[in-house]
Design a protein. Structure first.
Length: 756
């Protein structure tokens, strides 16, 4: 066993300070005389972007060839933890082969609104799904003895002003939505490192924020790796080290290290702070060194094939009117659109991969079916090219079925800036409309990193969402179109009817450097469902070429004590004639009057594979955290007593079975009583009646109210109590004492003493 304490004790202050910032763009410093090796880190998340020379963090320069796997926007739709782990493991193998110790990713930021340019790198609008998928990604990478770097912690949900933005969100929104995704990823994935985001929260840069870096991440969630800045996110190295930020990336020059060493000499930074950070970094550096396989290599073709399978498992069949899909090889089919030969398979920015090969749908169709092709549009411009459209329409008219490959050009969505709107480029919309006029059988295959508005939806019969499906996306699309694979993905985000329906719309991207998350916890389906709004495609939606029946929902108890757990099971039967996979979703819904809550919230999912006629039982376990909200008064999670429903569904809006459960035994939440408390609060305290009655009588006298009050009619007294219930206790001085002095403080103390 290597003794890290002993190594640190032999380091000079300059060597220690040096360990806390990069050696260059991608490497950590080593200390040769102590046997500390340099370690390389690199992007991430859905492939390896290892740059040999000319490094940069926006992927403007080339990197070594690596397999480009589907982006998180796609893989999230698989709802498949094992698939995600498998992708992670392949990434880990590629890291070993390239001697990379940590791969930067996954990103567990929540898709607050559809315009964030980087949504393609994130999993979901739902924190449970996002956290589960991020944890699976991390477990997969790290199973290969390589570290993952969970990013971008936290509340980094837009690209506009990402390096200076000051985010403000209420405590419940932070905890229940934005942090919860990271919490799950940290607790279930145990990442070796966590990368902070560029933005500030409540005026404090994340790279200098002890509340998030120390109290929450390490203190509450038990994170034991090292923290690293996003590239260039460090403003003050000293403030960062003081706040629990371990590694500043990239290299910031010799003066930067010297400044830190000098600050330690002057006692401004306690040497223990530096030692702790160095130890955390060395622990990971040696963890990788001990696990590194110098002779590692990987099979590019095998990874390419598995990348294609992952894309097929992740794609979502959004619409399939009249069962137009799957196509038959006998159909005379036209593939139309530039993306049929040059698929858009990944997003732009730091995650951009130099793919080992790219398979287009046209390539993949060879040998399966004979398809003809028209380019239809050019994605370097949004201008209509009349000849391209006319040629495409003519081809469509001469075919049984037209399959349109459309999507968002790279210039529409990218790291570094946000989208301007949610539409496809005008030339693609014109193409869709023209092709639909020429042929009533139109299938649309989408390549995009985030939802789009689809006002043309009624012109087409089928829509297959491939997202940014990685380098083998063309093979996956053809397998799905021709039924060689049965679609099984479901949406990890809602498609609203239009952009202005989205809850962040009024406050995205904020004014100047301030972004207020005023929609609070009502993000994505939590908002649309609560508002009972129509959406284009709901969260969790996805079709199959077969059908599934849900039956026999059982819960192990109908009453659950806080601290206990309850098991839930449901039978799923494949009622169609093809093998297929179903994603079974479990939502919890509050049925009592309590704190403001979303209509329902995802708390479990499982993906199962079923042969025709086959039935399988899917089981879940729920704990009280699954019913809880974040209670600021407790600075913790709180499950209210009351009635809840467990909803099992095929989507958030296709609930197939429900069971009620009552939660009991939670300690009632007592708000501290003050003279600002309401009369209702005081009257609710058990045993307060004798104290409160004379005062209430005083109130009745002062307002001239009695049970037979003619002006108020029947139920006068109850109505009166309802009307004054929200008056603060201090108003008794004006209304209840008939001019006599009243000891309101004493009254509050007397009632408060009845509690406990
Ligand atoms: C991105 C990170 C990335 C880093 C290194 C930053 O601009 O936000 O996600 O890992 O650059 O390329």
């Amino acid at each position: 066993m290597r003794n890290i304490d002993e190594i640190v004790s032999r380091m000079t202050l300059e060597e220690k300070a040096g360990m806390l910032s990069g050696a260059d763009f991608w490497r950590l410093k080593g200390v040769e005389r102590l046997g500390i090796p340099m370690m390389t880190v690199t992007d991430g998340p859905h492939g390896l972007r290892k740059q040999d020379d000319r490094p940069d963090h926006l992927a403007l320069n080339e990197s070594v060839p690596a397999v480009c796997f589907p982006s998180a926007c796609a893989t999230a739709c698989s709802f498949d933890r094992r698939l995600m782990e498998d992708i992670g493991a392949m990434l880990g193998d590629e890291c070993q082969a390239e001697n990379v110790g940590v791969i930067l990713g996954p990103g567990a930021n929540i898709k607050r609104g559809p315009l964030c340019g980087r949504n393609f790198e994130y999993f979901s609008e739902d924190p449970y799904l996002s956290g589960e998928m991020a944890a699976a990604h991390i477990r997969g990478v790290q199973s290969r003895g390589v570290g993952a770097s969970l990013k971008h912690y936290a509340l980094n949900n837009q690209e506009t002003r990402r390096m200076s933005l000051n985010v403000r969100a209420d405590e419940r929104a932070r905890r229940e939505i934005y942090l919860s995704s990271f919490e799950t990823a940290v607790k279930k994935g145990k990442p070796w490192t966590v990368m902070c985001s560029y933005n500030k929260i409540d005026g404090v840069y994340m790279s200098e924020n002890p509340l998030y870096l120390e109290k929450i991440l390490r203190g509450e969630w038990g994170f034991d790796g090292f923290t690293v800045t996003d590239w260039g996110a460090c403003c003050s190295h000293i403030a960062g080290v003081m706040a629990g930020m371990d590694l500043q990336m990239p290299y910031a020059g010799p003066l930067n290290d010297q400044e830190l060493a000098d600050a330690a000499r002057r006692g401004v930074v306690p040497i223990e702070k530096i030692d702790e950070a160095v130890k955390r970094i060395l622990d990971i550096v040696f963890r990788y060194a001990d696990n590194h396989k110098p002779d590692a290599s990987y099979d590019k073709d095998d990874h390419d094939r598995r990348s294609g399978r992952a894309a097929a498992e992740s794609a979502v069949l959004l619409k399939n009117d009249g069962g137009i899909l799957p196509l038959s090889a006998q159909n005379k089919v036209a593939f139309i659109g530039q993306y049929a030969v040059e698929p858009r398979y990944q997003g732009s920015g730091s995650s951009r991969i130099n793919a080992t090969r790219i398979t287009s749908a046209m390539d993949a169709a060879k040998g399966i079916a004979s398809v003809s092709y028209a380019r239809g549009f050019d994605d370097s411009t949004a201008e209509n090219a009349a000849e391209l459209i006319a040629e495409a329409a003519a081809l469509a008219a001469d075919s049984d079925t037209a399959v349109l490959f459309v999507g968002l050009p790279g210039s529409f969505e990218s790291e570094g800036f946000d989208r301007a709107h949610m539409r496809l480029p005008d030339n693609q919309i014109a193409l869709i409309r023209a092709v639909a006029r020429a042929n009533p059988r139109v299938v649309v295959v989408l390549h995009n990193g985030s939802p789009i508005e689809v006002p043309w939806i009624n012109d087409v019969q089928a829509m297959l969402e491939m997202y940014l499906g990685g380098q083998a996306v063309g093979a996956a699309a053809v397998d799905l179109l021709y039924g060689r694979v049965n679609p099984s993905g479901k949406l990890a985000e809602t498609f609203p009817v239009k952009l202005s329906d989205n809850p962040s719309y009024l406050n995205f991207p904020g004014d100047g450097d301030d972004a207020f998350y005023r929609e609070s916890i009502y993000v994505g389906y939590r908002y649309y469902d609560k508002k009972e709004m129509d959406v284009r495609f709901p969260f969790g939606h996805g079709l199959s070429y077969t059908s599934f029946k849900y039956s026999n929902l059982k819960a192990s108890a109908s009453v659950m004590n806080v601290g206990d757990s309850v098991s839930v099971s449901v039978d799923i039967t494949n009622t169609g004639s093809r093998a297929g996979k179903e994603i079974v979703q479990l939502y919890v819904r509050s049925k009592h009057n309590g704190i403001s809550r979303p209509e329902r919230e995802l708390r479990g999912f499982e993906k199962i594979s079923l042969e025709p006629g086959e039935t399988k039982t899917v089981s879940f376990t729920l704990t009280s955290r699954d019913y809880a909200y974040y209670e600021a008064q407790l600075d913790g999670w709180y499950a209210e007593n009351g009635l809840y429903a467990i909803d099992i569904g095929a989507s958030s809006r296709d609930i197939r079975a429900s069971a009620d459960i009552t939660i009991e035994g939670a300690k009632p939440l007592i708000r501290p009583l003050t003279t600002d408390s309401t009369l209702r609060d005081l009257m609710a305290v058990p045993g307060s009646e004798p104290i409160m009655k004379p005062l209430m009588d005083g109130m009745r006298r002062s307002f001239g109210v009695d049970a037979d009050n003619a002006a108020m009619g029947e139920g006068a007294d109850q109505m009166f109590l309802n009307m004054i219930g929200d008056m603060p206790v201090h108003t008794l001085r004006s209304f209840a004492s008939g001019g006599e002095p009243l000891d309101v403080e004493g009254l509050v103390a007397a009632v408060a003493s009845l509690i406990n």
